[in-house]
Ligand binder design. Structure first.
Ligand code: ZN
Length: 280
C-alpha cells in the first residue's frame, strides 16, 4: 500500500479497539468492561464508520480474561447488537503461556480475525510480553487451521524483521495485514518520520493499519489515511477526545476519524468492502 492508494481514493478500514486490558473505568468511565458493555459498543462504532472491532475480554473485576468462555460471552453479546461487523480477538497477553493465549481463538464461531504480536515488548513498568517465535508460529498455525486472518502487530522496527521472517518460515494468506504501532516502552517512537520508515520496510504487497497511543492516535492515523493505509482508533489506545477532554465513547473517536478520511477523499469501508480488501 502506498500514497498511490490514497490518490485512488481506496476505502479505508477503520478498526475500533474498544477496551483493551490495561486501563479501565478508573482512567475513563466510558471504557466498556463487562461483556454486555463491550457487546453494545460495536453497533455504535459500526454506525460511525468502523468495519472491524478489536476485542478483549475482562473478568468481573475488570482485569483481563483470556478464557474461551469469557470471549464467547463477549462475542455473543456483540452479535446480539451488530450482525455484520468483523470481529477480531486479541491473542496478546503478558506473562500468559501458549495454552492461555490460544483460548480466544476457540469461540464458536471462530473470530474472522485475531491479533498476532510479532515479538517481545515492554509497556509501562509492569507489562512485558515475550512472544517467542515458537509461540508466534503456534498461534499462527491455529489461526490457519481455524480460518482466522492474522493481524500482525508490529510494535517496533525489529518486529518488521519478524514479519519478514514469519513470511520465510510459514505460508501466510495474502494480503499480509500488519498493524504499525507507535507509543512508549519498546514500541517504535511515535513520530511521523517513523511511520514513513515502517511503511517503507514492509514486505512487498502488505497492507498496513496505523495505531498510535494516546495523543499520537489522531495525527498518526490521519497520516495513515494519506499514506494509503488503514487505521485503528478507540478507547483501548486513547482515552481522550482532545487534550484534557475524556472521550465519550469509542464511536466518538471512530466518527472523527471517519469524517477526516472522507474529507481527505477516502470513504470508510463497509464490513463487506473490508472483507474483500482483507480476503476474509
Ligand atoms: Zn488489544
Amino acid at each position: 500500500m502506498a500514497y498511490e492508494d490514497y490518490l485512488e481514493g481506496e476505502p479505508v478500514i477503520v478498526t475500533a479497539a474498544l477496551t483493551g486490558g490495561v486501563h479501565g473505568k478508573e482512567a475513563n468511565p466510558n471504557v466498556p468492561e463487562t461483556p454486555e458493555e463491550i457487546g453494545r459498543a460495536p453497533a455504535a462504532a459500526e454506525e460511525a464508520g468502523a468495519s472491524v472491532v478489536h476485542l478483549h475480554a475482562r473478568r468481573d473485576d475488570g482485569e483481563r480474561a483470556f478464557s474461551t468462555e469469557r470471549f464467547q460471552e463477549v462475542t455473543d453479546a456483540v452479535r446480539a447488537h451488530a450482525d455484520d461487523v468483523i470481529i477480531q480477538h486479541s491473542t496478546g497477553g503478558t506473562g500468559a503461556p501458549l495454552e492461555v493465549r490460544r483460548q480466544p481463538l476457540r469461540t464458536d464461531p471462530a473470530p474472522e480475525m485475531a491479533s498476532l504480536d510479532m515479538g517481545p515488548l515492554n509497556r509501562y513498568d509492569h507489562l512485558t510480553s515475550e512472544n517467542p517465535r515458537a509461540m508466534v508460529d503456534d498461534l499462527h498455525e491455529e489461526m490457519r487451521e481455524r480460518g482466522i486472518k492474522p493481524e500482525l502487530e508490529v510494535f517496533n522496527d525489529g518486529h518488521l524483521n519478524e514479519v519478514h521472517g514469519l513470511l520465510e518460515r510459514r505460508d501466510l494468506e495474502e494480503p499480509v495485514y500488519a498493524t504499525l504501532i507507535f507509543g512508549g516502552g519498546t514500541l517504535s517512537r511515535p513520530h511521523p518520520r517513523n511511520l514513513l520508515n515502517a511503511i517503507d520496510n514492509l514486505p512487498e504487497g502488505a497492507l498496513f493499519n496505523t495505531l498510535g497511543f494516546g495523543p499520537h492516535q489522531l495525527p498518526l492515523t490521519t497520516m495513515g489515511v494519506v499514506m494509503g493505509g488503514h487505521v485503528r482508533v478507540g478507547l483501548e489506545d486513547n482515552i481522550y477526545f482532545r487534550r484534557g477532554e475524556p472521550a465519550e465513547s469509542n464511536a466518538q473517536l471512530v466518527e472523527r476519524t471517519a469524517e477526516i478520511a472522507e474529507r481527505l477523499g477516502r470513504p470508510v469501508a463497509t464490513p463487506a468492502q473490508a472483507r474483500e480488501i482483507l480476503g476474509l
